[in-house]
Design a protein around this ligand. Structure first.
Ligand SMILES: Cc1cc2nc3c(=O)[nH]c(=O)nc-3n(C[C@H](O)[C@H](O)[C@H](O)COP(=O)(O)OP(=O)(O)OC[C@H]3O[C@@H](n4cnc5c(N)ncnc54)[C@H](O)[C@@H]3O)c2cc1C
Length: 454
């Protein structure tokens, strides 16, 4: 692949598609990117019910750094140094994200991030973005794709050496790639959806809550998180069931909305003057996990990002892992001149890890919903952080490995499981030692009492 210039078609100019276009252009290829939505830099572009801002962490940062974009992106982001957990009683508990200075997340606007990457990719002489253009079909044997303008007119035919499917969780490229093959495909929707709400800037121009943090309002039946924006507002994402007594459907009157917030997120309600209007007008987004294989066909078609592995957003890793895909694909294409081998190496390097990420993301949903506000959870997170401080080379909490390192996800989980076993054994040892000491003390007291009586 790196030996001669080839023609690449990228389908989708979301986060993954725009970054992979830049990586492939830097390899010297001619890249055409087709995106059904308008140019993100135009006023018309609006995310279709998808989150407005995202948490960027180590993997995404490394991939952006690989094409020299990190410094610029960080200038457009707000650092999130800790998690602030709000309780229904109105109290807050602060949980640092890591033990070291750099172990923080960065909140960045989706459209702003895509715009930065698209602008950088477009600066490469051989990259062309075609917005408002939809892929309608592709022939995986010949590399012929059909694209149609969303404004209408006859579809266009383009022939590519390589087609990269970066067209998201409901990928058309994936359907065409896997059609008629012994493909595995599992798609699972969470019974909860999400809605975006706003904590605007205060009347004094100051943020209404601590800005450089991710705010979390956990809850068994509904939860909310808030990411900071550069204008000192915060974008909240409310997660809850679609239907039922506690659900988006039940928030059908202004009174129902206010009662619900006063009961569950009382300190947030005071910060959200547009709450009723936003709940009424904003759409409910869906959350889906996709596990699928194969991700590639011969030397011709390959999937990246959500098209290959959509995950629930509760570990904040969807975009980060999509960016990591771009970097790994680039490395595999460089390492293996035979493209079919390169694509196979890429899938083998990524799939086992993104499958683990899907599990981790589901578990983190359960943690945020049920456990994060419990004393036991905070205590074990604090023990994890203490051990990480005492044994920095040997002890790294799972969250830190996922968010602040680029250790592959499955390796991170295996290491965390080993650490847990050690902690459990140490805990059991401590409990046993405490039990033996207590028994010995009771015996001593008994002996003393008997001696006094005598
Ligand atoms: C509520 C929420 C919060 C999130 N928070 C985080 C977070 O904090 N951190 C994080 O890392 N991740 C987060 N994510 C996940 C992240 O948004 C996704 O993983 C990421 O957007 C995937 O990027 P992608 O480019 O693969 O897919 P997408 O962003 O879905 O982009 C796919 C693109 O393909 C285009 N397209 C689709 N079909 C066609 C077609 N036929 N022809 C042409 N174009 C097409 C679409 O218009 C779109 O622009 C969150 C997701 C949600 C829903």
């Amino acid at each position: 692949m790196n030996r001669r210039r080839e023609r690449v078609v990228v389908v989708g100019a979301g986060l993954a598609g725009s970054l992979v276009a830049l990586y492939l252009a830097r390899q010297g290829h001619e890249v055409d990117v087709f995106e059904r939505r308008p140019d993100p830099r135009s006023a018309l572009a609006r995310p279709e019910g998808r989150s407005i801002n995202l948490g960027l962490s180590a993997r995404g940062m490394r991939a952006l750094d690989g094409v020299g974009l990190l410094a610029d992106v960080l200038k457009h982001s707000v650092p999130m140094r800790e998690r602030v957990v709000h309780s229904p009683e109105g109290g807050v508990r602060v949980q640092p994200y890591g033990v070291r200075e750099h172990e923080i997340l960065h909140s960045v606007l989706r459209e702003e991030l895509i715009s930065l990457v698209v602008t950088a990719a477009e600066a490469e002489p051989e990259v062309r973005f075609h917005f408002d253009h939809l892929l309608t079909s592709l022939d995986r044997e010949t590399g012929v794709v059909q694209v149609a303008s969303t404004a209408g007119g006859e579809p266009r035919t383009v022939t590519a050496d390589l087609i990269v499917g970066a067209d998201g969780a409901f990928s058309t490229v994936r359907q065409e790639l896997q059609h008629g093959l012994r493909a595995n495909h599992a798609q699972e929707f969470l019974p909860w959806g999400y809605k975006e709400l706003t904590i605007p800037v205060g009347v004094d121009g100051q943020p209404r809550v601590r800005l450089e943090a991710l705010h979390v309002w956990p809850g068994h039946e509904a939860m909310m998180v808030a990411h900071p924006n550069r204008d000192a507002s915060l974008t909240c994402t409310l997660f809850m069931a679609y239907e039922g007594p506690v659900s988006f459907a039940a928030l059908d009157t202004p009174t129902a909305v206010r009662d619900f917030f006063r009961q569950r997120f009382p300190d947030a309600e005071e910060l959200m003057p547009d709450l009723v209007r936003e709940i009424t007008e904003n759409p409910v987004g869906h959350l889906v996990t996709v596990r699928t294989a194969p991700w590639r066909y011969a030397d011709r078609v390959v999937l990246i990002g959500d098209a290959a592995h959509a995950v629930y957003p509760f570990y904040g890793q969807g975009m980060n892992s999509a960016f990591e895909d771009c970097m790994v694909l680039d490395e595999c294409l460089t390492a293996h001149p035979d493209r079919a081998t390169a694509l196979a190496a890429y899938e083998a390097a990524r799939k086992p890890h993104t499958d683990v990420l899907a599990d981790l993301s589901t578990t983190n949903f359960e943690d945020l919903r049920d456990r994060v506000h419990r004393f036991g959870y905070s205590a074990s997170a604090a023990a994890d952080r203490l051990l990480a401080r005492l044994l920095p080379q040997r002890w790294v909490p799972l969250y830190a490995m996922v968010a602040h390192t680029t250790i592959p996800y499955a390796d991170a989980l295996a290491r965390a499981n080993r650490q847990d076993r050690i902690l459990r054994r140490a805990g059991a040892g401590l409990a046993l030692a405490t039990g033996l000491a207590a028994t010995a003390a009771a015996r001593r007291i008994g002996r003393r009492r008997r001696a006094t009586r005598r």
